[in-house]
Ligand binder design. Sequence first.
Ligand SMILES: [Zn+2]
Ligand SMILES: [Zn+2]
Length: 371
Amino acid sequence: MKAVAVFPAERRFDVIEHPEPSMSAPGDVKMRMLDVGICGTDKEIVSFQYGQPPDGSPYLVIGHESLAQVIEVGENVTRVKPGDLAVATVRRPCGIASCIACRQGRQDFCYTGLYTERGIMRRHGYMTELVVEDEQYLNPVPAALRDVAVLVEPLTIAEKAVAQLFQVQQRLPWVLPPEPGEPPAHGRNALVLGAGPVGLLGAMKLIIEGFDTTVYSRTPAATEVSSLVAGLGAKFVHAETVAVPDLAAQMGQIDLVYEAVGASSLAFDVLRFLGTNGVFIFTGVPGRKEPVAIDTDDLMRDAVLKNQMIFGTVNASPAHFAAAIADIGRFNARWPVQLRSLISHRFPIERASEPLSGKWGGIKNVIAIAS
Ligand SMILES: [Zn+2]
Ligand SMILES: [Zn+2]
């Protein structure tokens, strides 16, 4: 069967012939892959900056943002049946006995760093025709979300971030629970940095939680993104025309910054304007660039005197996948047009190299493996 694979030692990636997987345990599920999304991580893997093939394999099958249809189930499988749609999680436990996080099924908090990840770290991914997976790693998806459920995995970043935000903000007894009839973050201001898929899905999540949301981005496609964001009921501010201090003055008290751009200089510039009792969440991984000068005294003084919280977050648990599937359903009901506009192009697997090598712009490019 066909698969998109990277050969790091030979510094190439290609569509290859890859052996079909077989069912080997009673909890196994065989799936036909439908859609596989492409993100910055995939682009880094195919340019040999990140990722690692499974032990003993010269190549890694890439792809971690998936949607599949179940075609065969082992005798112990109860959560899905043939015909069902499912999104598989990405990270698998490290298997080290002392790692209490992995032992509890929370490999998203793995201590050892020895976890594996499908399509990224030492485990083949989903950009191929057939996949076999243990049912415990599958999340059933309603059939009505067939054309948008490839966005579930990138949304799990926001789901985990927002779940932690609400845990953290329980320190403020007047924030939660909300006023009767209002969503949890009613009356609070959120700033999203970045208008890629992680930023825009994050903005959708923050809006349904009740935040007054502003998206700040340098995107060259400002006109399109600005109308998309306006359609969500949020504000778009273009970083090319409004400087950070002016943005902060427009917004007033900034209760939350959701960073989704991976640019550390911008992030720390914005951190200076985080409000009292505010929370700053990092989700981006910056590339290595020149050091940036920042006033650490100012940042530390504000962190203390304004009771600020700053945290980073990565990966997601099965509960966050379930929440993302439910929220894609809510987005679909509220913003059917905007949600679909996040998916820019679909490509057949033979043409995977075009979006992977960055020849196509847009928000989220998807490899449509089967229909
Ligand atoms: Zn991704
Ligand atoms: Zn672990």
